[in-house]
Design a binder for this molecule. Sequence first.
Ligand code: AMP
Length: 479
Amino acid sequence: MINFDDKIRDKCGVFGVFGHEDSAALTALGLHALQHRGQESAGIVSFDGKNFNNQLYLGLVGDYFTKEKVISRLPGNASLGHVRYSTTGKTLFKNIQPLFADLLGGGIACSHNGNLTNGIELRKRLIKEGSIFQSTSDTEAFIHLISKSKEKTIVKKIIDALYEIKGAYSFGLLTNKKLIGIRDPLGIRPLVIGSLGNAKIISSETCALDIIGAKFDREIDNGEIVVIDKDGIKSYNPFPNSVQRSCIFEYIYFARPDSILGGKSVYKCRKKMGMQLAKEYETNGDIVIPVPDSGVPAALGYSEESKIPFDLGIIRNHYVGRTFIEPTQKIRQLGIKLKHNPNKELIKGKKVILVDDSIVRGTTALKIIEMIREAEAAEVHMRISSPPIKFPDYYGIDTPKKEELLAATHTLKEMENKLKLDSLHFLSIDGLYKSMGLKERNAIRPQFTDHCFTGDYPTELTDKDEGILSSQLSLLSDS
Ligand code: AMP
């Protein structure tokens, strides 16, 4: 029997440099700026003109890639890196990316941000056909498909493989001659190109270009393959034209606020979400308190619009990782206690309006509200700058299965009671689109993918439809 127990769902960061003598050091810096996209492992593969070199670690970029000896093991003018997040209980060395394989035409390294919705089906088929998998990651199926293609050139082989995969993917690939960036036909996950002198960069987000002083050139289009080599850049569009539907959750929570996505400042969007929230539900409060750090821009917007003063009523310890990352419920709860502390003086006797960007399981909200109550707030009202998350994500964001999503299993009143709130409100879906500078959600052709809120999944979910994905998701929950 094939055991997919430790299949991971990657919610990750991709960064690559082509044509710079310090490519590995620059990649390490880029990955450091993308650390929010994944804290579990970090890896870099470089090509030195003759050989591929790799350094892969479990842990944070800064723990390893700041060391001179680590960078010195990554010579060459081209490098590709990856930071990975996964929420299975198992953290496996063999899953650290970039994955690397020797193909007929030479080596290939692959970094993936996203999740293939037919990854398990493909993997089963490939194993039946004789493929030997070394990792439990769906990314590896893509490499097998490239390897098996009968086409002659690497780009054609890649296109062959792309025709077989479904779901969300932003890939970085490094061969002995090329650095390649690919976005899925809907452009669900982000990927951009930049320049540093004559060197070319690919990155999940623009904030990682800023850290190395690189210039933002453009986003890779949905369905586009960008091939960078010594002759310059070539672009291929192998899919029938489709309208982009990037993931709206990047704007709500996932991307760094100083990044520009789809031409929009993530920070400004978040602030507008807070403003819109204040417009939708007028509340009589004394103080607006963000859940740090993710709730800060929306709380600032809420305060600006409502004219209720903003203050830092919860202090966050920055030396603790994102609590959501911890795999078991027990550790998650412990993590939250380690992470936040109330600013008691500020809270006592006040009508508090608490702002966060989202509620997933409700673990964070429950703990924070308890804290605010213990600090003797007169009233606690919670405002969430996104709609209720009612549907699981299958595209690499890593929200849990439906039964664990608080808003999927509780009504607004039940959530209010469970969280011991005086009131709870979420941003409306049209309000979310308005905050993004649009009129409202276009019901016929939505401008983003917002499946977490609407259940409107924009791709086939082959693994799920075959009952594989949902059983896999249970493995991500607490054991
Ligand atoms: P929860 O505690 O499960 O309700 O998660 C909600 C909190 O986690 C909020 O403070 C969010 O900022 C944050 N969050 C939302 N989505 C994610 C995600 N996919 N990964 C990590 N954290 C998240």
